[in-house]
Design a protein around this ligand. Structure first.
Ligand code: SF4
Length: 283
């Protein structure tokens, strides 16, 4: 039996990643190399290709050796921006415009006196950056009970989401926070900051997973949006996360008649093509 192999309708770089990579490549070409503050994308094959063009990763402003640095699509806090500028280092800012909308929403709400709750991973650079725009007046959490530990209870709560979260889970989080806030008469304001491209990608992936008996998600363990695709698919059908075609194990395909392929927003077209070719060859 030859399985049908179907690729998700929404695959390849998202607009924010495509833009960040194009900007970094341009500047690397012009300057003969460039450093990025943190990895430009959470995807090893893409970082290796960028490294061959002279795009190198530094982990903190202290490590910047050149006169310019690239900020990734995840963005940074205003404090970190200022720290770089004080060193007279030029910033090539590739912050995704959709992430910037979330940063501005955090700043607006914080200035209006709201305590910010970001539904997201507190250790993710995008989330840290957004919190920085709230001037430290907030927290990031995935735990609906987090607000019950806030003392004194903030009279006004502004709720945002990491741009790569799953919309239904954010809605449920907001519902639970709303319920918990009722007895405290807390004023709530919610801004849906989940990226529209991520919503489309997740919806297309779920549709594909429901008609597949095996899903392959291409991307990195470190990529937040890839992790969400993996979570969504794993609830529907047998799913494996792979970073490259070489990680496909032929026994996964035994007895499967419909194999779906999806990928995180920072997985490049070449890697996707290699996976499709390998699947055709081994099935
Ligand atoms: S996933 Fe959305 S928010 Fe994130 S970089 Fe891509 S387009 Fe921007």
């Amino acid at each position: 039996m030859t399985p049908e192999i179907e690729m998700s309708e929404e695959i390849g770089f998202c607009p924010g990643v495509r833009r960040a990579i194009a900007m970094a490549k341009d500047v690397a070409r012009q300057r003969g190399g460039i450093e990025t503050l943190g990895p430009l994308v959470h995807n090893q094959p893409v970082l290796q290709k960028l490294a061959r063009l002279g795009v190198r990763v530094v982990n903190c402003p202290d490590d910047i050796t050149g006169g310019a640095v690239v900020i990734s699509a995840h963005g940074v806090s205003p404090e970190q921006q200022a720290e770089i500028q004080q060193r007279h280092i030029d910033i090539i800012d590739t912050t995704c415009p959709i992430v910037h909308q979330a940063q501005l929403a955090a700043r607006r709400l914080a200035r209006a006196g709201f305590f910010i709750i970001i539904y997201g991973d507190a250790n993710h650079p995008e989330v840290k950056g957004i919190l920085g725009w709230a001037n430290g007046k907030g927290i990031a959490t995935l735990n609906k009970n987090a607000i019950s530990h806030l003392e004194p209870p903030p009279p006004q709560l502004g709720i945002l989401a990491q741009t790569t979260q799953i919309p239904d889970r954010f809605t449920e989080f907001v519902r639970q926070i709303t319920e918990a806030s009722l007895s405290r008469e807390t004023k709530l304001r919610t801004v849906d900051t989940i990226c529209r491209h991520i919503k489309k990608r997740q919806a297309a992936t779920v549709k594909l997973a429901t008609r597949s008996n095996l899903m392959l998600v291409i991307g990195s363990h470190h990529s937040a949006n890839t992790a969400r695709l993996l979570q969504l698919c794993s609830h529907i059908t047998k799913t494996h996360l792979i970073e490259t075609a070489s990680q496909i194990e032929s026994h996964w395909l035994a007895g499967k008649d419909h194999i779906g392929v999806t990928a995180g927003a920072s997985t490049d077209a070449e890697t996707i093509r290699e996976v499709m070719m390998k699947l055709s060859a081994v099935s």
